[in-house]
Design a protein around this ligand. Structure first.
Ligand code: ATP
Ligand code: MG
Length: 417
């Protein structure tokens, strides 16, 4: 038996409704706010992610699906969308267009992680990137967009955590203070964090190991170490969130940990879906576009994990399963009836009715059983006599009442409503 690769998922027709609902909701909210869709390649040159995601991140160090192309280059399946979008912005000269540039995407991503509930090796993201605006209003607009999507989906018990990790002016001093503090606990930190002490000390703040997080609890806090500009920016963001009535808590343990991330970082966390509870994470990345060879262009973005959104919908949502059952099933006996059914089906579908007829060659009895199974609302029963006379019985499946109708799509449509 050939099985799907570890950490991947088949999304079956019985589950697809929730996925389509999330995607439609995301598209509608983006449209309302002037964000346009972009589609980027599934794979990119490996060095884009090394530079764009960052060499010291878990993603680049341990999780990428990297392979040698047949002509020798190194390619990587996208582990996220931001780097690819930023590359596309530079390559297509969008950075020269009217600013701000507001983009969104719905993509699959690939990371070689340990699979568990809410964590897969192929997963889906709805992501948003806003370029060319560095005001607190831009940050608030983006967070409000994420908030609106989650509220429109009807995700229960989501909390917004925000933080500011400063800028290239104030972060070095903060980093030093952090390293100083953690050095006092070097022996107790997990192996990964011992490493991070050298490469990426901010990342220790969001380590999930109980010992590291208890040590981190008393570490110097980012928000207490911001320069005036960063502090004003953060205050400006909070004022706008307050104005919009978006509840949040300031959480100094939210970090993105990369050098080009600056100021605002945030996560939406859904309680009640287990350990993998961050449904959406984002932040300001004013250095990214330059970092991968583009012009100086500020940006802020987020990505929401669609798999986790679907999981959290099990605790309640605004999703209503659409009624896709046929308005009409045409049961047939014999070749002439089958031809007539093909004609009527086609006309009724043109009018927008979900219509089916037999294409398996079943007996009349088996066709009636099938019509029941697919919950057809009406069944039209056609044999040679009916085709001959141009009249047939139309059965309402909810009460078995039968009406005689002529074989006219207009007349049938009038009755099935
Ligand atoms: P995590 O803390 O779960 O490792 P991350 O910081 O690596 O998340 P991001 O790179 O910020 O995640 O990706 C944005 C969102 O994508 C996450 O908040 C999460 O909802 C989703 N996501 C990330 N990795 C996975 C995965 N392996 N499987 C499913 N969803 C994922
Ligand atoms: Mg991760």
């Amino acid at each position: 038996m050939i099985q799907k690769p570890k950490g991947t998922k088949d999304i079956l027709p019985s589950d697809i409704g929730e996925w389509q609902f999330i995607e439609k909701t995301a598209r509608d909210v983006c449209r309302k706010r002037g964000f346009e869709e972009i589609r980027i390649p599934t794979f990119e040159e490996t060095h884009l992610f090394r530079r764009g995601v960052g060499d010291t991140t878990d993603v680049v160090q341990k999780e990428m699906y990297t392979f040698e192309d047949r002509d020798g280059g190194s390619l990587t399946l996208r582990p996220e969308g931001t780097a690819g979008v930023a590359r596309a912005v530079i390559e297509n000269g969008l950075a020269g267009d009217t600013m701000p540039l507001k983009l969104f995407y719905i993509i699959n991503c690939f990371r070689h992680e340990r699979p568990q509930a809410g964590r897969y090796r192929e997963f889906y993201q709805f992501g948003v990137e806003l370029f060319g605006a560095s005001t607190p209003s831009a940050d608030a607009e983006l967070i409000a967009l994420g908030d609106e999507v989650l509220r429109s989906i009807g995700i229960q018990n989501v909390e917004l955590h925000v933080n500011s990790i400063g800028c290239p002016n104030c972060r070095p001093a903060y980093k030093n203070a952090l390293v100083e503090y953690f050095k006092g606990y070097t022996d107790e930190l997990c192996d990964t964090c011992k490493n991070r002490l050298e490469t990426n000390p901010l990342r220790i703040l969001d380590c999930k190991s109980p010992i590291c997080s208890s040590i981190a609890a008393n570490a110097p806090s980012t928000v207490d170490n911001l320069c005036d500009d960063c502090k004003n920016h953060f205050d400006g963001l909070k004022a706008r969130l307050d104005l919009l009535g978006i509840k949040y808590s300031v959480d100094p343990h939210i970090v993105r940990g990369l050098d080009y991330y600056s100021r605002t970082v945030f996560e939406f966390i859904a309680t009640g879906i287990g350990a993998q509870s961050t449904v959406c994470g984002g932040g300001r990345y004013d250095g990214l576009v330059e970092q991968i060879g583009g012009p100086k262009l500020p940006g802020i973005g987020f990505a929401a994990g669609i798999n986790r959104l679907v999981l959290s919908m099990q605790n309640g949502s605004n999703y209503v399963k659409p009624d896709n059952s046929p308005a009409l099933y045409i049961a047939t006996m014999g070749e002439r009836a089958s031809l007539e059914a093909v004609r009527l089906c086609s006309l009724l579908r043109e009018k927008g009715y979900i219509t089916e007829t037999d294409i398996v060659g079943r007996s009349l009895k088996a066709q009636m059983k099938y019509a029941n199974k697919i919950a057809a609302k009406y069944v039209l029963i056609l044999g040679d006599n009916e085709v001959e006379s141009g009249m047939a019985q139309l059965r309402n499946m909810s009460d078995s009442a039968q009406t005689e109708v002529s074989l006219s799509a207009d007349e049938i449509a009038r009755i099935i409503g």
